[in-house]
Design a binder for this molecule. Sequence first.
Ligand code: FUB
Length: 437
Amino acid sequence: MNHPSDYANRSKERAGNPIITSIFTADPSAHVWEDGKIYIYASHDMDPPLGCDLMDRYHVFSSDDMVNWTDEGEILRSDDVEWGRPEGGFMWAPDCAYRNGTYYFYFPHPSGSDWNSTWKIGVATCSEPAGKFVDQGYIQGLGGFAMIDPCVFVDDDNRPYLYYGGGGKCAGGELNDDMMSMKTGAVEMLGLEDFHEATWVFKRNGVYYLMYSDNLHDNNCMRYATSDNPLGPWQYQGIFLEPTGCSTTHGSVVEYKGHWYLFYHNQAVSDHGNLRSVCIDELYFAEDGRIRMVEQTKEGVHRLEGSGEQRLQPATVYQAASAACSGGAARAEEEAAVCLPEAGSGCLFEKVDGGDGGRAYVQFQYRTEESLAKLHLYVNGADWSLLNAPAVGSDGTAPGLTGITVELQPGTNNRIQVVSELGEICIEALLVSGFQA
Ligand code: FUB
């Protein structure tokens, strides 16, 4: 048997699509920050879903080569939002902006139990791009229609603009320097054809581009319009992303290291419209500035020059043979693995080293024949997440890895339990990596 960390160190030349498969993520807003890395602020489809009602616990992902992505961990959940809907959930498509040493995270969230009539655009701040964000309230003075899908575009002259909207209407206005209040009232963005939701604004060669999803029922396209003014009026230009097979479409366009990319989501992992997965493909412009139709690939984008480092310390490996079995789980005879035969069987790793405490990336090395097995992860007794474990490794080939960034306590008394939620699956090892400062 290979050493588990051999598998963890496999490097890839293409990212593959979707790029994030362990948990379900959607509505990716990508940004390049001053540290030279690119970050994805995504919403998180909680599994099992209830429409989009349970979406919560935003995670951020970073990379410097477009292929190796670090799950930076959870930055905000509905429990942290003081003014938010008492029942939680409904943490929909977010965005992030930077000004004077502070990152501003914008998220749509209802303030009342009647979610559909109480949407607000919340703001949370942090001094790091992916640290713990602190709720600052919501932007005052907006309203009148679905206040979802915020997008903040900062122009070359440093003036910030907020866009938002759903249900057929898109609005935008200038923000004040505080990034949390409107300088001007929001006005309707004119000239968009068949606007549904998912606004994203970027600028190229002096031209402003506003992209959005259209109303094609249960299978939206992405369309765009251009203007020479950040608040329009807009000139409609057409479709540049055909339906992905998912009942929603939402994304962002960003230039990184001389390449332009479209970040979007599909339902390739789950085959379920409320369990979505972030994808990336290259985006090209015609000579006249028009966006060419984006090709949706399974291979994904090519690796760029970069360290490929995931800001993770070398993993500590805990062999599954050392874990306590429960619910019918049993050690495989020849391999140092624990096989979980059915839903409810699990294994518990005790005395896991959390170092100084804080974020750590936990991964399970596994084999399964189930097309999409699921593992329920508990950390120190707290229900953390369901992890996807697509079929891999059962014919003697390399095993799979599935993981997520969690919070560990300082010291060596952490308990990590994994319980099968769906399908028979054999766990070979737990790999735990702390984050480098
Ligand atoms: O993810 C929840 C909602 O679905 C978003 O706010 C919409 O843009 C659509 O993607």
